[in-house]
Design a protein around this ligand. Sequence first.
Ligand SMILES: [Zn+2]
Length: 286
Amino acid sequence: MFLRSRTESDLLKLLGFLNGRMSLTEDVLKQYLYLKKGYEGEVAFDQLTAANLNQDIFILNDIMLEICQSKFKIDSSLIIQDTIIPCEVKNFEGNYFYKDGEFLLCDAKTQITNPLHQVKRAEILLQQYLKKNGFHFRIIPYLIINPKFFLYQAPQNDTIIFPPQLSSFMEKLNLRPSNQNGIQQRKLADKMIADHIIESPYPKLPPYNYHSLKKGLTCAMCGSFLISCSERKDACTVCGFEEEIESAIVRGVEELKMLFPDFELPLMVFLIGVRWLALGKPFERF
Ligand SMILES: [Zn+2]
């Protein structure tokens, strides 16, 4: 049972908006694509846990905690009986090989940050967090690997779950005794949810301002600006997606609000509502 669902982070949303409205530098674009791919992998894992795990297993998605001034993020935390299972979901693609404790890309021989180190760090910090808050749970961490990743000379490490092992991994979890009355488990879940840290995305964004961004409504499906409109509907000339004009404008206002949180709302409604006015409709409806 999901006690905390996953949504796109504000940073990912904002980078997506900016990617459509300005040219990102290579580094920022890389960061955006990395976050996007990671999010897609996490959502794919959520679909598997939702479909395959017993309902009484508590699942907390996307939690960031802090202990002793160190922050750590857990992609999915499964709470079963006396155990908490932090899962780090990695959406790597390509062929890698494992050598001397490192993950190396086969073609380029470039090294990626060893995700097992990240798993270990989260385990140690989670241990400290549980202790500080008086919880007595065992921690069994896992690294979940996506289907497009292949690791040659993979280490015999029970922490890593490769795609062919996912179904037996979940079957094993389902064999564990249920959460019974689940009071301690629920207490831990509620505490972690209450302590979840929301970081401001704005310091991590490249510089931008209203005048430098490309203006206009975008397609909800493909992000294209090539939209034609009739009396009631917008239609994308690239992918053909149709949307009610009201919904497209509300979406545009939401985007502006996120990109420019200091703007006053009437100004935003005015900026985005110009086209709406041109159609002869009062924008007071928003
Ligand atoms: Zn489209």
